[in-house]
Design a protein around this ligand. Structure first.
Ligand code: HEC
Ligand code: HEC
Length: 284
């Protein structure tokens, strides 16, 4: 324990020692006085069956200790521990930070199996209450994640629009393309732009690329989201994209998903659950 290095502890100790010294000194003085002194001085008017009371001033030492204690108490409360540096909540938060750092370094380079296991655990606790244990969105209560990242899912978003993540470009309007063109663009995104998988319609990729300008206007011709103005679709269908959604929350067309950027999930847990969500559609 290096508690003597702590200024507040040290001052508390000095204060306590000063109070003891003053008390012993003052008490000793009066005990001695009681032994040797003849009672003299002015009496107050009160008299209880012959017992009177002297009207003496408050002993100087006691007054000093009394005022000193008040001053010290105020200093301690406002500038010492309670309202300043130390609190149990602060200590708790520090410990949590410490454990989070250890957690992150322990799992700094997880293999895919570890990520999937951790991701499933996080999903069941944090996401399943809304998205359902299987991730199917419980009949439209939340987004159906079993198709997340797939071409059908992209088509669905193009037809319905997307909103609520708070990007600089705001909402993505619904119905930018008809279903056939959206299917082609989705093929291009999956197979060429994000390279997240093989398209089910490889013959449409070239057509989708030709249509990409409609989307590139906001998402950037390179699909990188124009410096954060819109989602980076080069990441679509990958764990990183889910992490982006988690950090922003989504107040979308069917409801609200809270932000997960308040520290309740560590970065590695977000990546893990992203990997898990991504696997929900690719497993089929
Ligand atoms: C007017 C600008 C604009 C255009 C044009 C546009 N987008 Fe978007 N897009 C956005 C914005 C902004 C978001 C994020 C909206 C939100 O959820 O808050 C978004 C979101 C998305 C998402 C969903 C991201 C998620 O969180 O699930 C997909 C997929 C997508 N866009 C694909 C496309 C495709 C494909 C096209 C072309 C047909 C396109 N976008 C055209 C602005 C645009
Ligand atoms: C309180 C309920 C709730 C919780 C908890 C929740 N979500 Fe959501 N989530 C939603 C809703 C509602 C939407 C759909 C928003 C919209 O577009 O209307 C959504 C949308 C999403 C999307 C975007 C899908 C798309 O098509 O763009 C992803 C990805 C997602 N959630 C992943 C997760 C993950 C991973 C977790 C757990 C860490 C989670 N969600 C926890 C309610 C929730």
């Amino acid at each position: 324990m290096n508690w003597l290095n702590d200024n507040v502890n040290l001052l508390t100790l000095i204060g306590a020692a000063a109070i003891i010294i003053l008390t012993v000194g003052v008490a000793g003085k009066y005990i001695k006085q009681m032994k040797t002194d003849k009672a003299t001085g002015e009496l107050t008017g009160d008299n209880w069956d012959g017992i009177g009371e002297y009207s003496n001033e408050l002993p100087y030492g006691w007054s000093l200790a009394y005022v000193g204690t008040i001053v010290w108490g105020l200093w301690y409360f406002f500038m010492g521990y309670p309202l300043a540096t130390f609190s149990q909540i602060g200590q708790y938060n520090d410990e949590v930070k410490d454990y989070t750092a250890r957690f992150e370094s322990k799992w700094a380079n997880p293999d895919k199996e570890t990520l999937m296991g951790m991701g499933e655990g996080v999903f069941l606790v944090q996401c399943a209450p809304c998205h359902g244990i299987t991730g199917d969105g419980m009949g439209g209560k939340a987004a159906d994640l079993t198709t997340w990242g797939s071409e059908e899912h992209i088509v669905n978003i193009v037809l319905k629009g997307s909103k609520g993540q708070g990007y600089a470009l705001g909402e993505m309007p619904a119905g930018l393309l008809d279903k056939a063109s959206a299917t082609a663009v989705a093929a291009y995104i999956v197979q060429d732009l994000a390279k997240s998988g093989k398209s089910k319609h490889p013959e449409l990729v070239a057509q989708g690329k030709a249509l990409w300008a409609t989307c590139g206007a906001c998402h950037g011709m390179d699909g990188k989201g124009m410096g954060g103005s819109a989602p980076a679709l080069v990441d679509y269908g990958k764990a990183q994209f889910v992490v982006d959604v988690l950090n922003r929350g989504k107040l979308g067309t069917i409801g609200q998903m809270p932000k997960f950027n308040d520290g309740r999930l560590t970065n590695i847990q977000k990546r893990a659950v992203g990997t898990y969500v991504d696997s929900l559609s690719s497993e089929e």
